[in-house]
Design a protein around this ligand. Sequence first.
Ligand SMILES: [Zn+2]
Length: 108
Amino acid sequence: MTDDHAIAPFSPSQVESINLYQRSGAFHPFTCANRGDSPHRTTTDKGVLVADETGLFCPDCDYEQTWVHGWMADGRWAKMLPDAALRGLEIPDHSAVGGPPKITEESQ
Ligand SMILES: [Zn+2]
């Protein structure tokens, strides 16, 4: 099995997929390696990392991580879930956004 990683910098859609994954509670999220050493908040787990374009970081210390599994970054994880697990989660549909605004020309 090939090791399928997504490496920072991440695209905005990768960031969105990773953060939804981290918040979903459906799978074990990536957590801070220092979460046992200093106070860390608990969301879906203790010390859950947060993604932005530059990578994943810990909100409670300076821990950083620059990769995730590929299936975490491209929405494949959401397809592994039974529909029931997705209740309350908004999975982005990128095909529906980003089009240019419609321009109506009135030439009379
Ligand atoms: Zn931390």
